[in-house]
Design a protein around this ligand. Structure first.
Ligand SMILES: N[C@@H](CCC(=O)N[C@@H](CS)C(=O)NCC(=O)O)C(=O)O
Length: 225
């Protein structure tokens, strides 16, 4: 009997090229498989994205992680975190993880990472305050959405859903790399958002997939050298 895992999941490697790195899209899938599959179903393969091996580039010529390979479906290759979570959810629709949700929580959350990246990659110090304010405005949207749905522990209900798998890793980047490189802190007045982050930090699928802070700091370091 084969003990080979059904799925191979290629994710960004950390600084040492071997451990799991800081990619929030990889963590999204890692969290999602934690919700929907057994650990033994997934073989995680960290890829050094600064020196990608040829076998990986053959699988995904675009060179991005995460990538999923389904050994039970002719080694079907699925690049892109959104495609991967959709594919797994079609195969395993239980538990309900609200895959494909398209309601107001999307609007409340989707601007955060682009505004964070704009702040982090900006080289013009005269724009710093404006870019920070843009990020705060997006965080306020999420805080207000959460406050309007205060009975839910997570974004859509009392369980972690697919959207939480997208949002929580990105908030972690803001907390760790935003503070380290830009002295940015999530404003204390956003108490509902802070509560949500704490709930996320406490759940197993987040804890089990979260890279160490040093990896997140290292991941952003290329913009600060
Ligand atoms: N749309 C993709 C984005 C993935 C992405 O940007 N991955 C980054 C790491 S966080 C990557 O692979 N970078 C390596 C490269 O671009 O060469 C997804 O959600 O899967």
């Amino acid at each position: 009997m084969s003990t080979e895992a059904r799925f191979q999941l290629f994710v960004k490697a950390g600084k040492d090229g071997k451990s799991i790195g800081d990619c929030p899209f990889s963590q999204r899938v890692n969290m999602f498989t934690g919700l929907t599959l057994n650990n033994s179903d997934v073989e995680i393969i960290p890829i050094n994205t600064s020196d990608k091996p040829d076998y990986f580039l053959k699988l995904n010529p675009e060179g991005k992680v995460p990538v999923l390979v389904d050994r039970h479906n002719n080694n079907k290759i699925i690049p892109d975190s959104g495609e991967i979570t959709r594919y797994i959810n079609e195969l395993f629709p239980k538990p309900e993880v609200h895959q494909g949700y398209s309601g107001p929580a999307i609007d409340a959350a989707s601007g955060i990472f682009p505004k964070f990246a704009a702040m982090m990659t900006n080289k013009d110090s005269s724009k710093n305050e404006e870019l920070k304010a843009n990020l705060v405005a997006e965080l306020r949207k999420l805080n207000d959405f959460l406050a309007a749905n205060i009975n839910n522990k997570y974004l859509l209900c009392d369980n972690v859903c697919e959207l939480d798998c997208q949002v929580l890793p990105k908030l972690r980047h803001i907390q760790v790399a935003g503070t380290f490189y830009k002295s940015f802190n999530i404003p204390e007045e956003f108490t509902t958002l802070t509560r949500y982050i704490k709930e996320g930090e406490a759940c197993d699928v987040f804890k089990n997939s979260c890279p160490p802070d040093e990896e997140i700091i290292w991941g952003w370091s290329k913009f600060f050298t």
